[in-house]
Structure formats: C-alpha cells, structure tokens
Design a protein around this ligand. Structure first.
Ligand code: BG6
Ligand code: MG
Length: 216
C-alpha cells in the first residue's frame, strides 16, 4: 500500500542539476583542472556538497586542508546561488505539477528528500513550496545519500512508514538510499538503468500507472 511519494529535488523536480554542473566546472577551472566532464558530474548526483567537492579534487594532485575545502565549497555555492537568481517555475520539469496534483487528489502524501541545503530557496522560487506535506534536505541531515537518513526523516515528518513510501530519484546514490531505507525506488532520468531500482521510467508521465501498480 503506497501512502506517500518522496521526490528528490535536483534532476527530478527541477533542472538545477545543470546549474550545479556549471558551478563545479567553473571552480575546477579556477583550480587549474580543465577536464571536468559530465561523467565526473554524474558521480556528484545526489551526494552532499562536500562529497561533490571531493569528486572535483580527485582530478588534481594538489592537497587541501579541511578549512580550504570548506572555502572551496562555499565558493562553488556562491556561484551556484547566483545562478539561481533568475530561477522560476519554468525550471520545473515536465509533468511535475500535474503529477503532484494527481497524488494529492488521490490522498497520497508528498515530500521532498534532497541532499541540497538550497532546497527551501529553490522550492520557493519555482512555486513548489506549498506542494509538499514535508521537506527533508541537507539542512536536516548528518549523512549523505546513499545513507537513507534524508528519506527516513521525510517519512517521519509525514508520519508514514518507510515501507509505504515510494522514492523518485535520478541518482544511483539516491536509489541505494531509498532501498537501504526500506522504501520502493523509482529511477528516472540519469538513473533510468539502475538495476537496484524497483522500477525505471523515462518520465513522470508514466508514473501514474506506476503508482497504481504499487497497489494504492
Ligand atoms: C544534490 C545534487 O541534490 O544536492 C548534488 O544532486 C549536490 O549534486 C547536492 O552536490 C548538494 O547541494 P547544495 O545545494 O547543498 O550544494
Ligand atoms: Mg537528483
């Protein structure tokens, strides 16, 4: 019985994953790393800001102290937040508003489960803020996906057992986190071929049928 759907943010609800990539690439170039690619960026998907920074730093022999790493992460975040200035609801991915409306009218709770500490800002700017029963994000957690913490906190906030939650994710770390938390995992977008997911869909459009399949 499915009682709640927990959405990842970047790459599932909104297109901001492209903006993350641009800011990390910019930081990499400032550090003299010229070959920071989409393949590198794929490993940053779903994981925390500091874990994402490590993916960049793997590409240089230079060594940084913890304090320097914090400064670098802050620098990337400043660039990223600047690029969010013009963000509006046109950044919301196709089918998202309709799918959330469908879930809510069916009595299914909705939540966000994202590593991003910018989640409240992004939800506000894209008119998504009032569309969820709860938000769990990097501001609530100690551990990064693939640890299930962010999804377990979301489930706790809406008062639904993990076994009655479906997570929708575009990252391998997120699929792993959902399964580790005892939830159903639906892979979309970049995670579409993840074999650990219970089901893969190409777009949110096919999810209406998926929710029915999980036995509402
Ligand atoms: C995730 C992204 O949603 O949030 C990661 O997929 C990103 O790439 C992470 O590093 C943390 O985001 P923020 O906004 O807190 O730096
Ligand atoms: Mg994502």
């Amino acid at each position: 019985m499915i009682k709640a759907v927990i959405f990842d943010l970047d790459g599932v609800l909104v297109t901001t994953d492209e903006l993350h990539f641009a800011a990390w690439k910019h930081l990499a170039e400032e550090l003299g790393i010229s070959g920071f690619t989409k393949t590198d960026n794929a490993r940053q998907r779903g994981v925390s800001r500091m874990a994402s920074l490590e993916v960049v730093l793997e590409k240089t022999d230079r060594k940084f102290s913890d304090e320097e790493k914090l400064t670098l992460a802050e620098k990337k975040n400043d660039m990223y937040v600047k690029s969010l200035e013009s963000l509006d609801k046109s950044a919301v991915l196709d089918g998202v508003f309709d799918f959330i409306a469908y879930l809510r009218s069916s009595g299914i709770k909705t939540a966000v489960g994202s590593a991003s500490k910018n989640t409240p800002l992004i939800l506000e700017k894209t008119d998504l803020a009032d569309k969820f029963d709860a938000v769990s994000c990097g501001l609530d957690t100690q551990k990064s996906k693939p640890d299930p913490e962010v999804f377990l906190i979301a489930a706790q906030k809406i008062g639904i057992a993990p076994s009655e939650c479906v997570v929708i994710e575009d990252s391998d770390a997120g699929i792993e986190a959902a399964k580790a938390g005892g939830m159903y995992a639906v892979a979309v977008g970049e995670a579409e071929n993840n074999s650990k997911a219970d089901i893969s869909v190409s777009s949110l459009g096919s999810l209406y049928r998926t929710i029915e399949m999980f036995g509402r």
